[in-house]
Design a protein around this ligand. Structure first.
Ligand code: NAP
Length: 303
């Protein structure tokens, strides 16, 4: 078994939850997995518990905030439901989760008047903070796909999470990058407390990865030896600046490629130029053609 790689969290959102995938990850030194109350048809925790001793060496993060509903999963920050989910998570996993995130809290507060939204978020954060104090989880955090609406809701009364997890990588729009950093700043969270997620937007086979060349973000030899996906993965640690990235893979060969990319050096000036270009094109920065153009222009050879 290798030395632990704390910079990769194996995300289980799309996973088939097979023992051999977790075994392979462990052999490669990956010691953190990320799941959620609602993943794997709300059966993720029980399935992981059924793996017995295999789960023991992993640090397990999970999320609460989605509940089964008649027409699919429904989102709620209701304190009673969150508490129920935390207790059930402990029972189903057969152990205390190391970290529990509030899952996309922006969903529940959308459409509420600002005061009500602020109270709702503060209360929900309080439930998780209490749970950590009582030993229902080792630590707590916020996982947000769309952090923008949360920024103005955080004030001195909002409990401070241990970890903030946000989207990271080349598919993230500039508004989301800026909002992620603003949210982390509101809580005075250092980069070590910010995790990235979904570096390929869940679509590693998408044609966007043929259209853009993420290798321009790498320095020297790294640009020659890394594949486009490896380069995109490495760049995800800088867009925004995060300490770990939750990435999904059921394929040990793919995971190995990601691990091999960790030593690649990122050219931070190129990242800064890219962000400036996205900011200038705000509004259109989600289109793949505008993204490709920004990446081409940000490349060192074009300056
Ligand atoms: N709001 C939230 O809280 C939230 C939302 C989204 C995601 N997340 C977290 O982030 C994790 C990752 O997100 P995600 O799964 O949506 O997206 P992702 O990590 O961007 O993409 C996962 C996909 O990339 C493929 N892949 C990975 N490495 C590869 C490689 N080297 N070569 C080719 N393909 C590769 C995987 O396929 P293979 O299996 O074939 O390797 C998988 O289908 C989730 O599991 C979850 O933990 C949280």
């Amino acid at each position: 078994m290798r030395e632990p790689h704390s910079r990769i969290v194996l995300g289980l959102h799309r996973s088939r939850y097979q023992r051999h995938s977790l075994n392979a990850a462990l052999d490669m030194g990956i010691r953190a997995i990320d799941t959620a109350f609602n993943y794997h048809g709300f059966a993720a925790h029980q399935t992981l518990a059924s793996f017995g001793d295999l789960l023991a060496p992993f640090s397990v993060s999970t999320k609460v905030g989605y509940f089964p509903g008649a027409a699919g999963a429904v989102h709620s920050l209701d304190p009673g439901r969150l508490r129920y989910a935390l207790e059930k998570t402990n029972r189903d996993l057969g152990r205390t989760p190391d970290l529990v995130f509030l899952h996309n809290p922006e969903q529940s507060v959308s459409g509420l008047p600002p005061e009500e939204a602020r109270d709702c978020l503060t209360l929900a954060c309080g439930v998780l903070a209490n749970a950590a104090r009582e030993g229902l989880c080792g630590a707590w955090g916020i996982a947000s796909w769309r952090p923008g609406p949360l920024v103005c809701l955080v004030d001195g009364d909002t409990p401070r999470p241990d970890v903030l997890m946000v989207r990271s990588g080349l598919l993230v729009a500039i508004d989301t990058l800026d909002a992620s950093e603003s949210l982390a700043a509101r809580w005075h969270l250092p980069a070590a407390a910010v995790w990235g997620m979904s570096p390929f937007g869940g679509r590693a086979t998408d044609s966007i990865w043929e259209e853009i060349n993420p290798k321009v973000f790498l320095r020297g030899d790294s640009a020659r030896v890394c594949s486009r996906l490896q380069a995109a993965f490495r760049a995800a640690y800088y867009l925004p600046r995060v300490s770990s990235v939750a990435v999904g893979s059921d394929d040990p060969g793919h995971l190995r490629e990601l691990l091999d990319s960790l030593g690649a050096e990122v050219n931070e000036s190129t990242v800064a130029r890219y962000r400036d270009l996205l900011r200038r094109q705000r509004g259109d920065s989600n289109s793949s053609s505008s993204r490709s153009a920004s990446i081409r222009t940000a490349a060192p050879s074009s300056t």
